[in-house]
Design a protein around this ligand. Structure first.
Ligand SMILES: [Zn+2]
Length: 252
């Protein structure tokens, strides 16, 4: 906080985004009263959490049960060499608080599963999926559909990424598009190669999608998904409809 006081500090901090007609002082106030749960504080989550905190989203939930390891540091920019062995949720919360003390952080040091997903997700306005494995992806999708929570979904592997925004009951969910599991390379980052900038790019886009949905501005990446191929620097949009028989969202 500056010596000028909290209101002036806030006006200065967000000046470059409140000047945007799509945001304004009203939009900034809406962000301050919004909450986002980021599932996974790895490569995608690092970028998404940093930008959501910087933008002034009032409350950020961080889900991760893991500790910081040396091989994380090539892409998980929330962490430094001094953090090795510490819990990711603890360090992530510290970093986000240092960046923006006005943001409240809630730590969830758990592995999200079918049994706890709905109780954790129900406390937030929107979910950003930043996990590294396929089973969790389906669990988060199904819980968001059941609760009617908007979900920004992304996956990365190698030089490539996928991104989509799900508005349950209105736009296709993850199961609508991928009723059967994605190719193996998307199943888990563990053991697979990943260029560090790729989760940075896609995680930043996740944060942008979250802000758009919270402020109800622009066109969310819904009913379509974005395929990013970094080696060719190619962005492709693929349009797909809802599945009327989707087990997760057809009844909504
Ligand atoms: Zn669906």
């Amino acid at each position: 906080m500056s010596e000028k006081g909290p209101i002036q500090d806030s006006l200065s901090r967000y000046a470059r985004q409140t000047i945007l007609k799509e945001v304004g002082i009203e939009g900034q106030a809406r962000l301050a009263s919004s909450s986002v749960l980021v599932v996974g504080a790895g490569g995608l989550g690092s970028a998404a959490l940093y930008y959501l905190a910087a933008a002034g989203v009032g409350r950020l939930g961080i889900v991760d049960y893991d500790q910081v390891s040396l091989s994380n540091l090539q892409r998980q920019i929330l962490y430094t060499s001094a953090d090795l062995g510490n819990n990711k949720v603890d360090i992530a919360a510290l970093r986000l608080q240092a960046l923006n003390p006005a943001v409240r952080t809630d730590k969830h040091q758990v592995q999200i599963n079918a049994g706890n997903a709905q109780s954790i997700i129900s406390g937030y306005d929107l979910v950003v999926d930043a996990v590294d494995n396929l089973p969790t992806r389906y669990i988060v999708n199904d819980a968001c559909c059941a609760l009617g929570k908007p979900l920004v979904e992304a996956a990365v592997s190698g030089f490539d990424g996928l991104l989509m925004t799900i508005i349950p009951g209105k736009t296709p969910c993850y199961r609508c598009l991928f009723p059967s599991p994605l190719p193996d390379e998307y199943a888990s980052q563990v053991g697979n190669g990943i260029m560090g900038m790729v989760p940075g790019v896609i995680g930043s886009l996740e944060a942008l999608e979250a802000i758009k949905v919270l402020l109800n501005i622009g066109s969310p990446l819904s009913g379509r998904f974005l395929s990013f191929r970094g080696l060719d620097m190619h962005f492709e949009e693929i349009i797909l409809p809802r599945d009327p028989n989707c087990p997760a969202c057809s009844g909504l």
